[in-house]
Ligand binder design. Sequence first.
Ligand code: SAM
Ligand code: SF4
Ligand code: F3S
Length: 446
Amino acid sequence: MKFHVITMGCQMNVGDGDWLTRSLQTTGFTPAPEHEADLFILFTCSVREKPEQKVASELGRIADRHRDNPNACVAVGGCVAQQLGTSLWRRFPMVRLVFGTDGIAAAPRALARLAEEPGLRLSLLDFTESYPERDQSWPEDRLPPRAFVSIMQGCDNYCAYCIVPFVRGRQKSRGAAAVVEECRNLAERGVREVTLLGQNVNSYGLDASGDGTSFARLLDAVAAVPGIARIRFTTSHPKDLSDDVIERFGSLPQLCPALHLPVQSGSDRILRRMGRRYDTADYRRLVAKLRRARPDLALTTDLIVGFPGETEADFKETLDLVREVRFESGFSFMYGDRPGTASERLEPKIAPEAKAARLAELQTLLDAGLTASLAARVGTSAEILIEGPSRRDGAAGPSWRGRDPWGRIVNLPLPGHGDAAGTIVPARIVQAKKHSLIGEAEARDD
Ligand code: SAM
Ligand code: SF4
Ligand code: F3S
């Protein structure tokens, strides 16, 4: 059967989509473009209202477009599937499987059953006690140079605004041996860079499912895997970022000098109402320590504007913090109520116009930061991990697209290279674009 995966939401969903694609291929399913597929697998997100609405519009669109295909069916996974469960069947008859984040391990077997039994519908929505280990067979010998590796599921933090703990369940760490084994398998198939994934990686190993390995020790173990040249991780909660992990930014050469450290607000009053369990002084101290360990660290962040009770003065404090920390870039969101969360009941709500105005002001500031940071790279050199052909060709011939160690996208021509994907090329940055850089390959000194 031919299948097509559509992914919304965060990197956890991208990682889950990559794994399911791999696993289905080893059981005889074939990935295909949408117009050729019979099975559509949707990974959904419910963190904000818009992504949640997108699920209904995608399901409607698939039903419309594939009305004439009697074999067409849909599997819905991810956070909306966990939230809405089997009610999705009633609204969208084409849906024959709903699976949550713990249920995904059993999804390949369920999909194989559905292919055999046309009248059947299945749901996999229970949360498990421990990390549900997944099939680790590999359909191909050669993989793209970057991969995601899940190290935990769920989240125990219950930040006041966030639906994730409700739809991803309690935190469950994966055993360190399984993480290292997956990294080894990936490296043997050409992967050079791994991103370790969890909602709160800094509390890795500290839950009942953990095997006692701390996150810092896990970083050491992954860095020791032959062939892994770069390690990244996401997401970090400031309250759990330990001195040991900060120290690794200075001592582990494979650990990239980039960290996503969501601050959410620059106002202590709002941070308290959000239940984040750190204040801006703690955050500033962390930034100072990180920059002592790794002076060139590129920091990125998440910010919410218009949290219930946020005043203009609170918002100004957020702008001040953003100016002071000099983030490389940031994701900023307008606060929205999510069902069942603590802040759904918090007052006063901020008017939509005020939220929109604050978001626009914050985004302008973040954009200016990114522009300045990219412009400062012109004339410097960096090692670029080539990911694949670039969409745009330069004057000097076909271009390749890669990333510098700080995570910035770099496009560069590589004349005479057959397949450059997976190579690490020293380059000089010659131009800054709005969201990316242009480079030129440099001769190596050695
Ligand atoms: N675990 C990560 C963390 O603690 O930062 C990521 C959480 S969430 C998947 C990604 C971002 O969505 C959050 O950092 C937050 O800025 C934003 N977000 C979550 N709930 C929100 C809400 N109700 N309204 C607006 N933004 C929200
Ligand atoms: Fe949501 Fe907070 Fe958990 Fe992040 S740490 S997933 S924001 S509850
Ligand atoms: Fe969305 Fe679920 Fe990720 S709600 S942001 S897909 S954890």
